[in-house]
Design a protein. Structure first.
Length: 430
């Protein structure tokens, strides 16, 4: 496999994200960033998603102007800064630095994810997009699995110790440096020997104008609702479900299953989305599966929440994976399914975006729009968590937000065409 082949580049960006947002996910999924008091983690995530919402939107333009290598490198370093900030809070018990680095991370994450999405959706041929999404998503989420072993191995009961945070930081710095191995899109060769499609590149002003045009693009307006809801559920899953009902080591143990299930979900969807059915039929089937699975998981969550009342009354009864026995099986399966349906939702979203065009320049903007709106939803979610909304209130809010998005997802399916080649030509003519 050549270094500039499309598949190697997708594998490489998967490795970069394995080391950066993959480690962040493992840390974040502990609830409160590994701290007993989850408020600092929620405040940091609110700051993160506020800046992410802005720089996610601008990210595509920044990548197009500065290039993929430097943007991915700098974006990755902000993950290391955030992980390192918890060492400070361990020693000072002051939250300001962690919350500030959360805001800085939002800037870096915005440009990193715009670059990642451009590579994942524009480098494959049309019949390979589901498979390339799976390749990336499995490598990326393997980071969550491996990262979950860190808190599991350091065996903590209270706050995650310094050595745990330093381990995250070292891996994230290494992943950032891998960005310099990435090839510029103009030198990438796809699996059929063709070059990656690149339309006219704009200057800074031109990119800003193109970004503003996204707000009158019908497909982006329809995508808005799917994007807004796509990260909304993390605060409930991590801070309430995983953090409230399981003890320290068990939280890390659970996350091994959560992120492993993400890989399985991405694989299942790759098979569906690259099948030989018409593209529109695949879009409808994928959306229906996501709709049914998500609601099934939330209904099970309501049932499980009622069974867990005794734990909320007496936190010393939190489940331990070594001692709980059969009582542990159902709750951890439910948590794994939360990860599986998250991967299904994200895979479907990226596939639908990738079906709109094959142009890497245009797709960097589309993915940036998706990540920006997604982060705005995330900011709202973490803010209401930090503000103290009840468990029942958050659970119902999550279900409502997700289901509001479904009709718009079907509308995007309706607009799906069998190929994006003609659309790409129209971009050139404009």
């Amino acid at each position: 496999m050549k270094l500039n082949s499309s598949k190697f580049q997708v594998i490489l960006v998967g490795l970069i994200c394995f080391c950066t947002p993959g480690m962040f996910n493992a840390l974040n999924a502990l609830g409160g960033g590994g701290q007993i008091d989850t408020k600092t983690g929620s405040d940091a995530n609110t700051a993160l998603y506020v800046t992410f919402s802005v720089f996610g939107l601008l990210g595509g333009g920044i990548v197009n102007v500065l290039g993929i290598r430097i943007t991915m490198f700098l974006g990755g370093l902000t993950y290391a800064l955030y992980s390192g900030s918890y060492v400070y809070i361990n020693h000072t018990h002051k939250s300001w630095f962690t919350v500030t680095t959360g805001g800085i991370l939002g800037i870096g994450a915005g440009i990193l994810w715009a670059g990642q999405g451009m590579i994942m959706t524009s480098y494959p041929l049309e019949h390979e997009k589901g498979n390339y999404i799976f390749i990336f998503w499995s490598i990326f989420n393997l980071g969550g699995v491996i990262g979950s072993l860190i808190p599991f191995l350091v065996k903590y009961e209270g706050n995650l110790p310094d050595k745990g945070y330093i381990a995250f930081l070292i891996i994230e710095v290494f992943g950032s440096c891998l960005a310099f191995v990435l090839a510029p899109p103009s030198k990438v060769i796809r699996s059929d020997g063709s070059e990656v499609i690149i339309s006219k590149q704009e200057n800074v002003v031109g990119e800003f104008i193109q970004i503003l045009k996204l707000f009158v693009n019908p497909s982006m307006l329809i995508l808005f609702f799917m994007a807004f809801s796509s990260n909304f559920f993390y605060s409930y899953q991590f801070n309430y479900y995983n953090n409230d009902y399981f003890d320290g080591n068990s939280k890390g143990f659970n996350n091994i299953f959560y992120w492993s299930a993400q890989m399985l979900g991405a694989y299942i969807f790759s098979v569906i989305m690259d099948s030989k059915m018409t593209r529109k039929k695949r879009a409808y089937i994928g959306t229906t599966i996501v709709f049914v699975l998500f609601n099934a998981v939330w209904i099970w969550t309501i049932i499980q929440k009622n069974k867990f009342k005794y734990i909320l009354a007496d936190p010393s009864q939190k489940l331990n994976y070594k001692k709980a026995g059969a009582k542990y099986v159902g709750p951890v399966i439910l948590y794994a399914l939360m990860g599986l349906v998250d991967a299904a939702w994200q895979s479907l979203a990226y596939w639908l975006i990738g079906s709109l065009t094959n142009d890497s320049i245009v797709l960097s903007r589309y993915v940036g729009f998706y990540k920006g709106v997604q982060s705005a939803g995330g900011a709202v979610s973490w803010a209401i968590d930090s503000g103290g909304m009840s468990r029942n209130g958050q659970l119902i809010f999550n279900m409502v937000v997700l289901n509001i998005a479904v009709p718009f997802m079907y509308l995007l399916c309706y607009r799906t065409t069998e190929t994006s080649v003609e659309n790409t030509k129209e971009e050139y003519e404009e």
